[in-house]
Design a protein around this ligand. Structure first.
Ligand SMILES: O=c1[nH]c(=O)n([C@H]2C[C@H](O)[C@@H](COP(=O)(O)O)O2)cc1CO
Length: 144
């Protein structure tokens, strides 16, 4: 199974420890194409754009998105890049899980919460439920 994980990079790295927890669990289900999103060394300047270039990053990520089986996004920390990835993934008819922590005190964008349908699921959770929420999602995926 190919899994595309979305999390904020230039939008702010406050939640990187949550991303690490989610990616560790996701790796028990398959290959996480975007493992670097959970890298504790990666700052909010992002991958080294002077080496790779933003166009390289964009085109590589869109290719990964088209080849993925499922998209899992942690959407608590708002990120333009994550919003863009989700929009592209919807257009590609990918199966999507968005994870939001209400305890952050934020209100999730209507363009994410309101996008829910049979392929696009938004799940509110607490950090200590991270593994259980993924277990539930992948168990239901096997049934479909
Ligand atoms: O260096 C990067 N590498 C990369 O893969 N991304 C992708 C993956 C993340 O899910 C998303 C983060 O977007 P943003 O940087 O706007 O928060 O974009 C984004 C950046 C920097 O914008």
């Amino acid at each position: 199974m190919r899994i595309y994980f979305c999390g904020s990079i230039r939008g702010g790295r406050q939640d990187v420890s949550v991303y690490q927890r989610l990616v560790r669990k996701l790796q028990t289900y398959g290959t996480v194409l975007t493992e670097h999103v959970s890298d504790g060394q990666l700052s909010d300047t992002g991958e080294d754009a002077s080496l790779k270039g933003d166009k390289f990053i964009h085109d590589r990520d869109v290719d990964w998105l088209s080849s993925t089986d499922v998209v899992v996004a942690e959407v608590t920390q708002p990120s333009l890049g994550v919003g863009y990835e989700l929009g592209r993934a919807v257009a590609m008819k990918k199966r999507i899980l968005c994870l939001f922590r209400p305890s952050s005190g934020r209100t999730l964008s209507a363009m994410i919460r309101g996008a829910q349908d049979e392929l696009f699921l938004v799940r509110d959770y607490e950090e200590d439920e991270a593994e259980n929420v993924l277990e539930e999602f992948f168990k239901n995926l096997q049934r479909t």
